[in-house]
Design a protein around this ligand. Structure first.
Ligand code: TRP
Length: 377
């Protein structure tokens, strides 16, 4: 067997191996978010979200243009989405948390697409009917709005319920995309079903839908995880050809799996924390997580640990410790060997469980308010 430490794979339907994020950006002409851009954002937001400070949201396309327009008095709207395939994990919240923050700071409209046909077409192995996927979508939407989106500025739509509005625009996109382009971009073969081939044109629509609605060009900013960039690599030029602004994009890394993989895998349930997990499940999963600590407590005290290999540390970094000073203390204790795996894990499990308790309370509070967010034909 050939051992390829650097090998990884990222496409819209599969992520494997250890992702080299800088290399990925370079390969596709995506720019890194540099200090100058961070400063420009901070000018408007006062503080910088930890996802940006820690370069978890690390790259972009034309974010500088979005800020230019904003500063000229031409505000943008935000578009993102989630294709339901099952319950949501903590990792799925990353883009939505940044979107919520951007909405709060820039006071802008947010469009959230729920393509309830996407995984039905692309993941037959799910063995779910279209109706079943549609039903679980509501639970996903609750998890999203539980983060605290503004109902009057947030529009959520399911593809199967908003097709009347979107189909006409999707057709205009589809006319400009050839089979050979999507074959290349998404790895389709002659065996791929024709719904999959068309789907990317549905994902393109909300990137210019507000312009259609308002009859004038409105800048659009799309925060997404890097595996979704491919849709817009294909669509941005087409959207430009249709006479609209090409959307700008902000890219996030994936929340790593508890086993150290670059992305939590929904097929390997134990490597991800789900929002519906019970306190016992959380404890169990965290107990099994990779820590990279030395073989014995003595050795750990003597040699210390590696924060990059310690998934407990990484979970604090990616989501559970927004305070940089506290994060630095945790990292220090891991490095100098004073924080042993048992206690380290127990504390994180408690933190996660406190978060989940509050999240699920918020979710319950929103249960009868879902309709305030949803657009239907
Ligand atoms: N394809 C995305 C997924 O698999 C869902 C999605 C639709 C999306 N529109 C989007 C993601 C826009 C990011 C931005 O979950």
């Amino acid at each position: 067997m050939v051992f390829m430490a650097e090998a990884y794979h990222v496409d819209a339907y599969k992520v494997e191996g250890k992702v080299d994020y800088e290399k990925f950006a370079k390969q596709y002409g995506i720019k890194l978010i540099d200090e100058a851009l961070e400063k420009r954002i901070t000018k408007h937001t006062k503080t910088l979200h930890f996802l940006l400070r820690r370069k978890i949201f690390y790259a972009h396309r034309e974010l500088d243009w979005i800020l230019n327009e904003y500063e000229k008095g031409n505000p943008f709207y935000i578009y993102t989405g989630r294709a339901p395939s099952g319950p949501m994990s903590i990792g799925h919240l990353l883009p939505f948390e940044l979107v919520r923050w951007l909405q709060e700071k820039f006071d802008v409209d947010v469009y959230i697409q729920i393509p309830d046909e996407e995984k039905y077409l692309a993941k037959k192995s799910l063995n779910m009917t279209l109706e079943q996927i549609h039903d679980i979508s509501y639970d996903n939407v609750l998890d999203i709005i539980a983060l605290g989106f503004k109902p009057e500025k947030t529009k959520i739509f399911f593809d199967t319920q908003y097709a009347g509005k979107m189909y006409k625009e999707a057709v205009k996109v589809a006319r400009h995309i050839t089979f050979s382009t999507v074959k290349d971009a998404f790895g389709f073969t002659n065996e791929s079903n024709i719904g999959q081939i068309f789907y990317t044109s549905m994902q393109a629509v909300p990137a210019f839908l507000k312009s259609v609605e308002e009859g004038r060009n409105v800048p659009c900013l799309i925060p997404l995880a890097i595996d979704q960039d491919v849709h817009f690599r294909v669509a941005r030029d087409v959207i430009g050809k249709l006479g609209y602004y090409k959307p700008a994009i902000m890219h996030t890394k994936f929340m790593p799996g508890l086993n150290g993989e670059s992305k939590m895998s929904s097929s390997e349930e134990n490597t991800a924390i789900y929002l519906k997990d019970t306190p016992e499940q959380v404890k169990k999963k965290i107990n099994r997580a990779l820590t990279g600590q030395q073989a014995t407590a003595e050795l750990q005290k003597e040699l210390g640990g590696d924060v990059d290999k310690c998934m407990i540390c990484q979970y604090y970094k990616y989501f559970f410790e927004p305070d940089d000073k506290k994060l630095a203390e945790i990292f220090k204790a891991e490095k100098n060997g004073t924080l042993l795996a048992g206690e380290h894990k127990a504390r994180l499990a408690d933190t996660i469980n406190a978060f989940l308790k509050k999240h699920n309370q918020n979710k319950e509070r929103m249960r009868d308010r879902v309709d305030e967010f949803i657009l239907r034909d």
